[in-house]
Every structure is written in structure tokens, then in C-alpha cells.
Design a protein around this ligand. Sequence first.
Ligand SMILES: NC(=O)c1ccc[n+]([C@@H]2O[C@H](COP(=O)([O-])OP(=O)(O)OC[C@H]3O[C@@H](n4cnc5c(N)ncnc54)[C@H](OP(=O)(O)O)[C@@H]3O)[C@@H](O)[C@H]2O)c1
Length: 309
Amino acid sequence: MLADLPLPEPEPAEVRIRIAAAGVNFPDALIVQKKYQLQPKLPFVHGTEVAGPVDAVGADVRDLKVGDRVIAFVGIGGFAEYVCTPAAQAVPIPNGVSDDTAAAFTLTYATSHHALFDRGQLTEGETLLVLGAGGGVGLAAVELGKIAGARVIAAASSADKLAAAKEHGADELINYTETDLRDAIKTLTNGAGANVIYDPVGGSITEAALRSLAWRGRLLIIGFAQGDIPQLPANLLLLKGAAAVGVFWGDFAKREPKANFVMLGQLFGWLATGKLKPHVSHVYSLAEGPRALKALLAREVIGKLVIHP
Ligand SMILES: NC(=O)c1ccc[n+]([C@@H]2O[C@H](COP(=O)([O-])OP(=O)(O)OC[C@H]3O[C@@H](n4cnc5c(N)ncnc54)[C@H](OP(=O)(O)O)[C@@H]3O)[C@@H](O)[C@H]2O)c1
């Protein structure tokens, strides 16, 4: 529902952003269904990340001024014309990066960076399998896997999603609606399996992926877009000397802010130099917000969606 609300005023340490673009993420679709682990009090404005110019600054803000273009991960309040956020969490947009690209960046790339480099300890020469590789976090994982020097196998449900993964650097492609995932991985890895598996999908595919893990492999649990939370047979972990590793970027950012700050610095550096290329496949108006969320839930989206207020 669209509503007119009073213009928010920044607190002393906050800035107000005139939102040019807001990124749409799967958690936005989960929050409105009351299926997300963090549930804001009603009523609330959803929308987790935004980009746009600073429109007003609080009395204590020194590092930003009106007119500076920033990206901010706001948690809620992003599907709106204006939002206030702590100045410390507003990052200048690198020159040459559009508002749409900036708005589509933080959540997916931070999640995949934290997953692959920190939780998964992915190293050069290893094989990375990315499930849901044409989606938001999946495409980011493909790009970051290549930066890590891994051989990246992208797995997804359609030719279009796989074409996007290839464009973003994937070395091998598996369509898991047409091909048996385990057989395909066995063939592509000469029976060794994948060293790291990035799983934002969940459901029945997780066990097939776990069975395709190499000795000392790491299965990264990112999310359950398919809807079902899988039960893992612990004996497979034992037999493979493997680990199932949980990934929760939001809490990592809160509990380990210094490490998160260093990681975001590296990501924004790669964005500025064009090493990372967030893929925005469709732009919606604010009034079309529900359509954007429905497209995500219908498995239709390649890369990211953006809303223009
Ligand atoms: N752990 C964290 O810190 C963190 C951070 C951000 C997001 N997440 C989670 O990661 C997951 C993916 O987020 P995202 O923004 O990348 O979403 P997305 O762009 O919609 O990608 C999800 C992918 O999952 C696959 N999928 C399979 N069955 C599906 C179904 N029934 N409905 C929707 N998608 C289905 C789709 O790929 P195919 O069609 O190719 O199978 C889709 O591209 C979500 O569960 C989200 O909550 C976790």
C-alpha cells in the first residue's frame, strides 16, 4: 500500500537521503510474509538498501554534506522517497557508478564475500559450485568466486539465468531442471566433487549438493529461497571430512563491525574499478513494488530488481 508520510528529520548523527533507487532483495519478500528471522513492528516501510543524494545532515555530521551521492544499507524504510540513516552507514558512491547499480550492490555482494572468503575460506584453484547462480546473491558469488581464483560451476534452472552467470564469469554451467546435478558435477570434477558449495536455494537440492562435495569441502548455507529448510544427513559430513557452514551477513555486520568495514572497503574498491558488475534486470516504480516482490517469489528474476520512487 502507498501512503503519504511526514518528511523524516535526521537525528544529530544521521543524514537524510533522497532515494533515487532502492534495491529489491529476497528478504524484502520474506519480511512482508512474516517469514523472515527479523520481523519489524507494524506498520513499517520495507526496503533494505538505497542509493541517492544526501538531502539533509544532522548537527553532528562532519564527513558528508548535502548533495553527496551515497549508498546505505537501511534494513527497513527503503521503499520510499526519503529515509534517514546514521551517517556512519552511508558510503559515498564511487564515481561512474549509477544509482541503480549502487542500490543493487551492498546486500548481495557483502553476503557472498562474507560467505566465500570468510566462512568458506575459498582459495585459488578450488572448485566452487554456485546454486541459484542467476539470482541476486548467486550472480555476486559467481563474480567473487572468479576474483578468488576459483573454477566456478554455475547451476540454475533456465538457459537465461545460466547465460547471465556465464557473462559474469562462470566457467561451467549446469541446468538442474534438465540434468542430474550430482552426475553433472561428478563429470565436471572427474569424480572429486566441489570444494565449496554456495547454497541460497535449500529444499531437496541441498542434499544433492552435499553429496557432490569434495573431501574437506564446505557447504555454505545462505538461504532457503525454495521454501523448505533441508535436514542434512550428518554421516555425509563425517565421511567427507566436510563442514556445513552457516552464513548470516546481517549479524556478522552487527557483531563484527570492524571486520565488516574492512570487507565493505574491499568490495567498494572492486566496484569502483569495474571488477564487480551488479546486474540490474528490471526497474519498477514505487507503486509497482508488489510486482517486484512477486517476480522474485515466482523465480523470474535474473540478478537484481530496483525500485525508483
Ligand atoms: N544468509 C544471508 O546473510 C543472506 C543474505 C541475503 C540473502 N539471503 C538469502 O538468500 C536467498 C536468495 O536471495 P536472493 O536475493 O539472491 O534471491 P533471488 O535473486 O530470488 O535468487 C534465489 C534463487 O533461488 C532459486 N529458487 C529455487 N526455488 C525457488 C523458489 N521456489 N522461489 C524463488 N527462488 C527459487 C532461483 O534460482 P533457479 O530458478 O535458478 O533455481 C532464484 O534465482 C534467500 O533465501 C535470501 O533470504 C541470505
